[in-house]
Design a binder for this molecule. Structure first.
Ligand code: GLA
Ligand code: ZN
Length: 672
């Protein structure tokens, strides 16, 4: 996939301009000028590729691919399943989705098809096979882009049947399903699998086991659909790698599972830059870059990003000068092998006619955006050596889709903003580690933890089977594990664990959680040092959202609550177990607390940052490695200029003395 260069380019829709061939001539000229080396074709081209059922017209696409190739531009070729033509919905109405209120949607928009429908699957198989047979060996085609931003769900009769079959395969008997879902509650016992309906606001939405399994089914069904697309490509004889584009903080698909079925992952990066402080947006983006990179633990692609302003955000601010380059560099810094845009050329009409693009309606090369894209092209060209380099991390943060589903869906001590709060909790740890200048991985509960020195488990409410054992052995062997409140509460079916929580780990943490107080957003408690000796921590920190009241057994209490009826009770505890150490944080802490705690723990774990010393606020430092080199990336997302002390090395990009102006960046190659 990577041939010693970083990909630069993006989504390109020349099928919208077939009646104006001169536009294509201009495009090629501009692409060459901006060092565009890759474009994504065909994402929504179905109606031009198959204008009538069974009537295929690929000649226009072939001419375009050939011409791009002759100009040194590679192609990421998409399967067109993200949006189907009108005739297809008319002829096979079953392809249209049914919403949770059981209403069939009309033809319209995109991503509006049933993932179960045999007719849709067959039509997709046919066109994918033909595309692969025709273009699968074309030297310009580097990658298969499978569909586009898979997501959404369908509640049609076909999906209901498929769901029932999925449940039957999972549980075997309806009795086992009833047990798993605790359906004796409110007399919801099922007599047969055929009675089970997907969750609905006009029907059953009170069984959490059902909702959780439905989410798993939707995720699995989507992945299965994707696998069928890949199978069609392979059956037609193309062995080019496949890639799927994922979305920003998307909850609907278990991306760890999806990633296993595809050669490479990518994501579409549209932060609302300049809505918040820039460094805040940069940190949120960094978090998701690292989640995506961690899915396969190898280089990914930033498949889309906007070179200008989007047209769908509430308010779309112009990208400030320097941001296109900075956002592109940030993706490479976090492990991407390509920084691509949506879109190469603004469409003339349709919903996205005002969405930022490399080329706008004016068409000239003397626009600010085009100039910035050219500068980005220069930068990426200089960084070609980085392609294929991996990222090594010694610390990991848990991010588990099923846990998020369960926590969000379950009624409990707090029902507002559970997803937001758990992300805040994860990002507190993530940011603290990043501020120490370390690369950070993400892992879900099924990932191997060996190899990390420090792992943090924010709000792992649901424990997968086998997870507690993995944590135990990680700590036993010398790892440092930090867990928070609201962890190990329920099993994979959202059934409460009996006999105390955190389930299976009470001896590892040396405590039992007894009650959880939930606070309103405007409330605060505080946690204070319990005694002298906890070096590196302040006397007190404010805490919010949750206060876990625990009963220590062997754990040592290091901090206690400062207020309320539980003032003086443990709030931060430590337990030695095997050769490792287990930390338990009882309350929703502030960033200062996370910073201080993780500084201390990193020292204990012998972790050091990429550069000596802590990273100035708003600066991002990461590294990528090959056998011979470590590439150090530094970027300044703060408002003032900063100066970094750097080791000796070859400066591939940026100022040699380590000075970074706002939005500036540097890349240093250090020989190992
Ligand atoms: C998504 C889609 C693109 C385009 C962009 C606009 O990421 O994949 O087709 O609609 O949004 O921002
Ligand atoms: Zn359906």
């Amino acid at each position: 996939m990577r041939d010693g260069y970083l990909m630069h380019g993006g989504d390109y829709n020349p099928e919208q301009w077939l009646d104006m061939p001169e536009v294509f001539d201009t495009d090629i000229e501009r692409f060459r000028e901006a060092k565009i080396n890759t474009v994504t074709l065909g994402v929504f081209s179905w109606s031009k590729l198959e204008p009538k059922d069974g009537e295929y017209h690929f000649e226009w696409l072939e001419a375009i691919i050939d011409r791009l190739y002759a100009n040194g531009i590679s192609v990421i070729l998409a399967t067109p399943s993200g949006a189907r033509p009108h005739w297809l919905a008319d002829r096979y109405p079953e392809v249209l989705r049914v919403n949770e209120k059981r209403q069939r949607m009309l033809f319209g928009t995109r991503h509006n098809h049933c993932m179960t429908s045999p007719a849709y699957r067959e039509k997709v198989r046919q066109i994918d096979t033909r595309l692969a047979a025709r273009f699968g060996a074309h030297p310009a085609v580097k990658l298969w882009h499978i569909s586009n931003e898979y997501g959404g769900e369908c509640h049609c009769p076909l999906c209901q049947k498929a769901f029932q079959g999925w449940l039957e395969r999972k549980y075997g008997t309806v009795q086992a399903l009833n047990d798993a879902w605790c359906t004796a509650f409110w007399s919801h016992t099922y007599d047969s699998f055929s009675q089970v309906e997907s969750p609905s606001s006009i029907g059953e939405y009170s069984i959490m086991g059902l909702s959780l399994d439905w989410k798993r089914f939707v995720s699995d069904q989507t992945v299965d659909f994707m696998e069928q697309e890949i199978a069609a490509i392979r059956a037609a004889g193309s062995d080019k790698p496949t890639v799927v584009n994922m979305m920003y903080y998307f909850g609907g698909i278990d991306y760890f599972r999806m990633a296993k079925k595809v050669d490479a992952v990518s994501w579409d990066n549209y932060p609302a830059w300049d809505k918040r402080e820039r460094k805040e947006t940069a940190q949120r983006t960094a978090f998701w870059h690292d989640v995506i990179r961690s899915l396969k633990k190898k280089p990914f692609l930033m498949m889309e990003s906007c070179p200008g302003a989007t047209n769908w955000q509430g308010v779309s601010r112009l990208k400030r000068p320097g941001l296109v380059r900075a956002a592109s560099l940030q993706s490479i810094a976090h492990g991407a092998d390509g920084a691509l845009y949506f879109q190469m050329r603004k469409s003339r009409g349709g919903e996205e006619k005002f969405h930022g693009a490399v080329l706008d309606h004016y068409d000239g090369n003397d626009t600010r955006i085009f100039r910035e894209v050219c500068e980005t092209g220069d930068m990426l060209e200089r960084l070609g050596r980085v392609s294929g380099a991996g990222t090594k991390a010694e610390a990991a943060v848990l991010y588990d889709w099923e846990n998020l589903w369960a926590m969000e869906g379950s009624w409990g001590p707090r029902n507002e903003g559970m997803r937001r709060l758990s992300l805040e909790c994860a990002s507190g740890a993530y940011r603290a580690l990043r501020r120490l200048g370390m690369n950070v991985d993400f892992a879900d509960q099924s990932c191997a933890l060996d190899g990390y020195k420090l792992v943090t488990a924010p709000m792992q409410y649901l424990f997968h089977e086998g997870f507690a054992e993995r944590v135990r052995s990680f700590v036993e062997k010398g790892g440092i594990f930090v867990m928070t409140y609201w962890s190990g509460v329920v099993d994979e079916n959202d059934r409460c664990f009996l006999g105390g929580t955190p389930h299976g780990l009470m001896d590892v943490f040396g405590l039992r959680s007894e009650e959880l107080d939930a606070l309103y957003d405007w409330e605060e408690n505080e946690i204070c040092l319990a005694k002298d000796g906890l070096t590196g921590m302040r006397e007190r920190y404010p805490v919010k959202y949750f206060c876990d009241l625990v009963k220590p057994k062997t754990a040592e209490t290091l901090m206690v609550y400062g207020k309320d009826f539980y003032a003086g009770q443990p709030a931060l505890l430590h337990n030695s177990y095997g050769s490792g150490s287990a930390w338990y944080l009882c309350a929703g802490a502030c960033q200062e607390f996370y910073d201080d705690l993780y500084r201390k723990l990193a020292k204990e774990a012998g972790l050091s940052g990429i550069l000596p010393g802590e990273i100035p606020d708003g600066v991002e430092v990461t590294s990528r490695e090959t056998e011979e080199y470590t590439f150090i990336f530094a970027q300044n997302f703060s408002e003032g200029s900063v100066s970094l002390a750097l080791p000796d090395g070859e400066m591939l990009y940026g100022s040699a003395d380590g000075t970074l102006e706002p939005l500036g960046g540097l890349v240093l190659a250090v020989k190992k």
